[in-house]
Design a protein around this ligand. Structure first.
Ligand SMILES: O=C(O)CCC(=O)C(=O)O
Ligand SMILES: [Fe+2]
Length: 285
């Protein structure tokens, strides 16, 4: 069985298990098992999920819950190793594309031994699997941007993911369905990558709509820097015409802002460079 199939099998078995066993992986502190409650500020969704820290010691202690048969937690560790390598390759290509003097400066942020990266496994149950059951068209996972650097999402063949495309032709912003493709990765720019590239790359708003008939299983690797990492626009992205948009901050500071607000909040707004406020697109009316 391939790396992805092994993890999917372990995840499906975990979510199909008794509530008591799932609760044993929680409570969210903030990592662990959660259900419906998807934010500290009243955000709810029609899903259950498991969040694991990706450092090998944390995987060894927490991944036991989805990998009970396997004492070395092979499924989770192998998956994390593979997606971390893929994330580094994507970041190196972006580094090249952006013309960075050191194209590896982005990937080095996430490959540090103390990186704060996470693995999140979401399970969106069907109507028959839940007591109340989601109504067709209800929100599975509310709109948000991913806060980290890069997200690598893989899901089964059940649709639901949508992205908010900016107003291109005067018709306003539009939610667009991302067709499910179990063989593909959906790669999301996170808020930190937007800040690091001074807004050249944009963290896109997305959400998941619930389905009543088939359950969606998605696995997302959130590539993050170490907590103390200083996030500041790469010098190559700051020019006379594109002045610094955000003040430097640490990932730890950013996480605090994240926990203080609702999921849908635009957290980067709190980190705007002071002298850039007047020149920004949305404040110059
Ligand atoms: O489950 C999905 O397909 C997306 C969920 C998501 O956006 C997230 O966990 O950040
Ligand atoms: Fe997300």
């Amino acid at each position: 069985m391939g790396v992805s199939a092994s993890l999917d099998a372990a995840s499906s078995a975990f979510f199909a298990g008794p509530a008591r066993a799932k609760q044993a992986a929680g409570p969210l502190d903030p990592l662990g098992y959660g259900s419906r409650n998807i934010g500290g500020n009243g955000d709810v969704g029609e899903l259950e999920y498991l969040i694991l820290h990706t450092d090998p010691t944390a995987v060894a202690s927490k991944a036991r819950v989805i990998d009970a048969e396997d004492p070395s937690r092979v499924a989770v560790n192998e998956y994390v190793d593979a997606v971390r390598r893929l994330a580094c390759q994507v970041l190196d290509l972006l580094g090249e594309g952006l013309g960075l003097r050191d194209p590896t400066s982005l990937s080095r942020l996430i490959s540090a031994a103390d990186s704060d990266s996470l693995l999140r496994i979401n399970h969106y149950p069907t109507t028959t699997a839940t007591l109340q059951g989601p109504a067709e068209g209800s929100i599975g996972f509310g709109e948000h941007t991913d806060p980290q650097i890069l997200s690598l999402l893989r899901a089964n063949d059940v649709d639901g993911l949508q992205v908010l495309l900016p107003d291109g032709h005067g018709g306003g912003e539009q939610w667009v369905q991302v067709p499910a493709d179990p063989a593909a990765f959906f790669i999301n720019v996170g808020d930190l990558l937007q800040a690091l590239t001074n807004g050249r790359l944009v963290s896109i708003r997305h959400r998941v709509m619930a389905s009543t008939s088939r359950s969606r299983l998605s696995t997302i690797y959130f590539a993050a820097p170490p907590l103390h990492a200083r996030i500041s626009a790469l010098p190559e992205t700051v020019t006379a015409v594109t002045p610094r948009r955000y003040r430097p901050f640490t990932w730890s500071e950013y996480k605090k802002a994240m926990y203080a607000h609702r999921l849908s909040h635009n957290r980067l707004d709190h980190f705007r460079a002071p002298d850039n406020d007047a020149t920004d697109d949305d404040t110059n009316s």
